[in-house]
Design a protein around this ligand. Structure first.
Ligand code: HEC
Length: 147
């Protein structure tokens, strides 16, 4: 009886897992675009500060760096093999060199965490922030479709 129950539970779990996998596959493009769009949203006000159009605000800078570090950990898992077609700007090059692609997210996360510590005022912001977001362009140049 206990054994049957265990088997039934296990079977139920397998069904749940495979259903989740199907949904994840269908939604993975949307999911990664949401996180990347967030990169864009948090970077915009900071770009204004770099250009001197907006007043320096440490909390806004820190929020951007935190979002980079957080999302960069998850993003490599949101580009599974086979998710390069459909409503996406992801280039096939990603899956030809997934290690390099993942490495750029790794670099972004590491650089963001280091800058989070190094940036304490406007001068350290101007010295440390541009290097962090250089990786956005480096990755887009090789791995994202140009519009
Ligand atoms: C390791 C590669 C990589 C890095 C690093 C990276 N991106 Fe991207 N980004 C992409 C790819 C690939 C796409 C296209 C994703 C898709 O359409 O499926 C994209 C899409 C975007 C989008 C469009 C999202 C949407 O609405 O569909 C924005 C905005 C963006 N990135 C901003 C940034 C910013 C800002 C940074 C740096 C803080 C950054 N990205 C770092 C690879 C990267």
């Amino acid at each position: 009886m206990v054994r049957r129950l265990t088997v039934a539970l296990a079977a139920g779990m397998i069904t749940t897992i495979s259903a989740t996998a199907v949904v994840a596959q269908a939604d993975v493009i949307k999911e990664r675009q949401t996180l990347l769009k967030q990169f864009g949203d948090v970077t915009k006000p900071v770009g204004g500060m770099l250009r001197g159009n907006t007043a320096f605000d440490l909390a806004t800078v820190q929020a951007a760096l935190d979002a980079y570090a957080k999302n960069a950990k998850v993003l490599p898992t949101l580009f599974p093999e086979g998710s390069g077609t459909g409503d996406t700007e992801a280039l096939p090059a990603i899956w030809q060199d997934k290690a390099k692609f993942d490495g750029l997210f790794g670099k972004l996360g590491t650089d963001a965490a280091a800058a989070r510590v190094a940036i304490t005022d406007e001068a350290s912001f101007k010295a440390n922030f541009p290097g962090v977001i250089r990786t956005c362009g480096t990755c887009h140049d090789s791995f994202r479709q140009k519009k």
